[in-house]
Ligand binder design. Sequence first.
Ligand SMILES: Cc1cc2nc3c(=O)[nH]c(=O)nc-3n(C[C@H](O)[C@H](O)[C@H](O)COP(=O)(O)O)c2cc1C
Length: 434
Amino acid sequence: MFHLGWFLGYGFGAYGWNEQWSGNVGRDVANPQLFIDAATSLERAGFDYMMLEDSSVLPDVFGSSFEYSLRTAIIRQDPMPLVPLLAAATKHLGIIATAATPFYPPFLAARLMNTLDHLSHGRVGMNLVTASPHAAAQNYGYEQHFEHDLRYEMADEWVQAVKALWSSWDADALVLDEATGVFADHEKVRHVDFEGQFYRTRGPLNTVPSPQHHPVLCQAGGSPKGRDLGAKNADTLIASAPGVAAMKEYRDDIRRRAAGFGRNPDDLKVLFLVQPVLGDTDREAEEKNERMLAATKDSIDAQLANLSYTSGFDFAKFDLDEPLPQELKGKSNGHQSVIEAFLAKADGKTLREALPAQRDTTGSVRLVGSPETVAAQMDEAVQEAGGDGFLIGLPVTRKNLTEVCDGLAPVLRRRGLIRDGYEHDTFRENLLAF
Ligand SMILES: Cc1cc2nc3c(=O)[nH]c(=O)nc-3n(C[C@H](O)[C@H](O)[C@H](O)COP(=O)(O)O)c2cc1C
């Protein structure tokens, strides 16, 4: 059996602006109903979790302008207030929201997650990101963003501070004895007095222990430092590795690192990002895939804007019919693993020739066909790569949700590949159930 998550690539944002099948995205922008519908669909299908990505910028690296972002609806509402709405509409689904460690004081994050864990009855998780654009850092008052490896060192310390705050109350600190009038045992609540290189916090939390005590931690680092942060601290890793061999290499490496940190590697579930293309028949799905690939090739601006966002380099400045300047290698302060893989693939090509390869970096394994065919492809990939499951990275439209939740998932369930109901009450217990 494997686990399923859905990755909302624009968080609480807009999906499929001005495209077919995106409903009334213009009229309903910032309306939570689509996300509530998504959560109930995912739960019906037996998903472990829904993961809301986030970022704090209106991207303006590409062309040194907001023009592309505003034309194409690259906006994001804060995902945190959405969590209780999703929780209220569901009973079992895990809900992960993203927090950028450089910008959340540990106390604020620990208290927020504790409270959300109560509101969701033990079903919340936090995706730790270090964020990459300088503009994000500037929104929080920094002159520019911290250097890539430094921000991972900071993130590791940040997690230790957050965990210390969650542990500032013992799980059994609540007495709730109305006869003696004692609410909580003061000997089971203590200061944290956390003094790190980057963060200090006194503690304790002024909130009571939540159902999971330590909400689920999720992470997506690809670089060596990013992998260490995840291997040491995360309960689930969301990964993008091109092809079964790369998936296996990534998972084996993560499990080795986790064991090196004294953890049981089975306590860390690695889910690979995929974008299945489903049709009523294999032929219909292949035709749809061809159309989507052609559209991707045509949408040069979308690819350049995406590269600009992840790298921090303005790709509008490069000549499409020349190779990229060699000196870009090793210079990005952004998503390093993503951008270095692209630069390696672009070697010896013009930028225009290199661009279609960008699509390869967004999905781990090719899944195209009818629900039966895609279920078999997923089974095969997991058997070969040994992954713990998949993260569906399709745009959040009701059509995509229906195809996956009411087409693909029932086939996966009939084949015994995904859960048939939820055994436990909390997200963590369900995640670790197999
Ligand atoms: C599936 C997935 C989801 C991600 N979600 C976010 C996100 O919500 N916010 C963010 O700032 N970065 C996000 N990232 C980027 C990662 O946090 C990280 O910066 C990136 O994978 C590159 O890692 P590296 O810098 O360690 O190479 C995501 C990456 C992946 C693969």
